[in-house]
Design a binder for this molecule. Structure first.
Ligand code: SF4
Length: 422
């Protein structure tokens, strides 16, 4: 009898590991690659047990670049000398630099081709089998679905359009079919995700709001959430869609970036502070249950104390339920990196701190406004008699589980002690 393991018995055979950096779109894309590899018979394991490690990179800041390179170096040192397949935005912008990190590095910027490259590295046949459903162990009750890729806004601080290319939308019927299969597998909430979902536009002239309606109507999914939407993708059309489909949850993340028109213009954002305020408030006057969260960048080149005060004031006036605060950092290859009047780091740090303090106040105010109300919680986890899940307005809560099961929606009267993340 030979000492060689039989096919399928070798511990590293068809074993792959993932390390995903950056945004939600990267996570969806890694899930899709994992689904395709599971469909081909692979197993997803820890890095030290893998024959191939897939690193899905981000390049949004210089720090993201160094994290990606560090991840590749660490993967090369994992036990068993795995092949390291690198994809994602840094792979699109600096394939040569990544290849130079080691002989076992394979760079594949095209995410659609990653599974085939991994299969090749594992010595598998190149033909694809049906992707496995993105549910079950390792996947979630709430699943992100990618509806588009790319952006042509070219905000002056952002490298993403150079890495991701122009907007491309998935056909609506393909998205609907994916959501149908997720519903059949027990998924209760989908999060529509993309690089700039406001650019969603399929050949049948379907836009984002109508895509949401069509998904609601055709699939019957319990909740549809839009992950992050630029101002042009949000407005009366979305309100109309929400009027017919309660499944579209009334929480929208709409990036503001700055409350100063001068800075918005320098950033290449195509709205004024007043337009942002008018559009979002008008929707809220009609649908009083709508809540907004946002992103702001502080310390953009040329930002004065007056500009910063304008951002603080607008955020306060908007009553966001959460602010994500980012300190501007110059990204090589973008126009803003070459702009004069870069803001000193200590000024950026102080402004970021002020914005974070405002975020804490706004969150507190929002939570207090909801206490005592009946909210719906979609349960994503039950452990030790405690059920944890998210409300329609994206509060993360924990309640006694009773006989509640994962995937159920329960109604609870909101108390402060239940909230684990606002
Ligand atoms: S909208 Fe602006 S910030 Fe967002 S991906 Fe496009 S260029 Fe980057």
């Amino acid at each position: 009898m030979s000492g060689e393991p039989a096919p399928g018995e070798h511990p590293r055979e068809l074993a792959v590991a993932f390390r995903t950096l950056g945004c939600k779109v990267n996570r969806v894309e890694s899930d899709n690659i994992a689904a395709e590899l599971l469909g081909r018979g692979c197993r997803v394991v820890d890095e030290d047990e893998a024959a191939v490690i897939i690193i899905n990179t981000c390049t949004v800041t210089a720090e993201a670049d160094s994290k990606a390179r560090k991840a590749v170096r660490q993967a090369l040192k994992a036990a068993g000398e795995p092949v390291v397949v690198v994809t994602g935005c840094l792979a699109a912008l600096d394939a040569e630099g990544l290849r130079a990190l080691g002989d076992r590095v394979v760079v594949e910027a095209d995410k659609e081709a990653v599974a085939a490259r991994v299969a090749e590295a594992l010595g598998m046949r190149a033909d694809a089998t049906a992707p496995a459903a993105r549910t079950g162990e390792g996947f979630r009750t709430r699943v992100a679905v990618k509806i588009q890729d790319g952006c042509d806004n070219f905000c002056t601080y952002c490298i993403v359009p150079y890495a991701r290319g122009v907007p491309r939308s998935r056909p609506a019927d393909e998205i609907i079919a994916e959501v149908e299969s997720l519903v059949a597998a027990g998924v209760r909430e989908v999060v529509l995700t993309g690089i700039n979902v406001a650019k969603y536009h399929d050949p049948e002239a379907t836009r984002l709001a109508w895509l949401c309606s069509a998904i609601a109507r055709e699939t019957g999914i319990e909740r549809i959430r839009v992950s992050s939407v630029e101002v042009p993708g949000f407005g009366p059309e979305m309100l109309q869609a929400m009027a017919f489909s309660r499944q579209i949850v009334p929480h929208f993340h709409v990036p503001l970036q700055s409350g100063s028109d001068r800075i918005l213009e320098a950033m290449g954002r195509h709205y004024t502070a007043e337009q942002f305020h008018e559009i979002l408030r008008a929707c809220q006057l009609i649908r009083t249950d709508i809540t907004y969260t946002t992103d702001v960048i502080t310390g953009f080149p040329g930002e004065t104390e007056e500009d910063h005060a304008g951002t603080m004031e607008l955020c306060e006036k908007m009553g966001f339920s959460r602010l994500h605060v980012f300190r501007y950092s110059p990204r090589k290859g973008t126009p803003a990196a070459e702009m004069p009047d870069q803001v000193p780091p200590e000024v950026k740090a102080r402004r970021a701190e002020e914005l974070r303090a405002l975020d804490a106040r706004l969150r507190q105010r929002f939570v207090e406004s909801r206490l005592g109300q009946t909210v719906e919680v979609l349960v994503e986890r039950v452990e030790d008699g405690v059920a944890e899940g998210t409300t329609r307005e994206y509060l993360r809560v924990r309640v006694p589980a009773g006989d509640t099961r994962v995937g159920e929606t329960i109604e609870v009267v909101l108390e402060a002690g239940m909230i684990v993340r606002s």
